[in-house]
Design a protein around this ligand. Sequence first.
Ligand SMILES: Cc1cc2nc3c(=O)[nH]c(=O)nc-3n(C[C@H](O)[C@H](O)[C@H](O)COP(=O)(O)OP(=O)(O)OC[C@H]3O[C@@H](n4cnc5c(N)ncnc54)[C@H](O)[C@@H]3O)c2cc1C
Length: 306
Amino acid sequence: MCTNNIISESAVKEISKLGRVDFNSPLSLCTTFKTGGNADILIEPFSEDALSLILPVITGEGIPFNIIGGGSNLLISDRGLRGAVIRISGLDNSFKPEGEYIYAGAALSKERFISESISAGFGGVEFMAGIPGSMGGGIYMNAGTFMGCFVDMLKKIRGVDYTGAVFEVDACADISGYRKMNLPKNTVITGGIFSLPKSDNPAETAKRVDDIIKDRWSKHPMEYPSAGSVFKNPEGHSSWKLINDSGLKGFKIGGAMVSEKHTNFIINTGSASSSDIYNLIGHVQETVFKNTGVTLETEIKILGEF
Ligand SMILES: Cc1cc2nc3c(=O)[nH]c(=O)nc-3n(C[C@H](O)[C@H](O)[C@H](O)COP(=O)(O)OP(=O)(O)OC[C@H]3O[C@@H](n4cnc5c(N)ncnc54)[C@H](O)[C@@H]3O)c2cc1C
């Protein structure tokens, strides 16, 4: 077993009992952009208890780590990521309604959260329709649309800190912002408690969700790998309009292209590298700033060295 000399054999032995471990693991398989180099060590903990034991081992060895969920909001360097990547796919993916509340495990997909919520008689899930990835990633990003965002219905966040301690915090407006949740660094979210309104008519809720998804498919370049909207909307502006008005629709660097269907999406036309996407992001930011004086800030998370 290759350990890249960054982790001791004894640590590997211990972690292997608690999760799936892979060395030099291709992260292009873990991102919706389908780009990115290798992780020195990819770890998929089997459970929250296992995660609590794994984190002190890797921090004790002085190994830095990144956390990934569904990989739908990530641009990872072609050089990969040094140290460990904790992927949450092996964690709890349960959906547990308890009275007026719902507990959702971090590994549960948003798609399944929506369908289970509707089946259990809840509504208010329309804002999440069509957003890919895990509930953990949704909490971390405070994901959403103009219809609402995670913090509107999230009551508590459960997680494990880098020492391995399990914690629960109230999810209130104070710890959240536009596409962000202010949690301490290196905190792994393992679940959340949500409060949703009851639906008067679950069939109608399901229909609204379907209609939103159909509408998104007609407006977004779903036929290409992407990470959704690349830039946050600056106060008082729409990023897609600033990019459009700057004449960047269809602009290409290597295999990365500003989508012609939705100019806030960068798509991988088939052969894009993460560097192509990164360089295109820089070009868009520079051009929009020159044309409009507005600075575009990325919504997607950029990991590794470029
Ligand atoms: C086609 C498409 C459409 C999209 N539409 C929308 C949209 O309408 N609205 C929107 O908000 N987003 C949208 N996105 C972006 C993305 O789907 C969301 O941000 C999503 O919530 C990310 O979840 P994920 O599990 O994929 O997280 P990842 O992409 O894996 O990670 C995103 C960030 O969250 C952190 N993270 C993930 N899981 C955890 C965890 N368990 N604990 C701690 N940190 C964690 C990661 O470290 C990273 O910083 C879209 C993406 C695509 C590809």
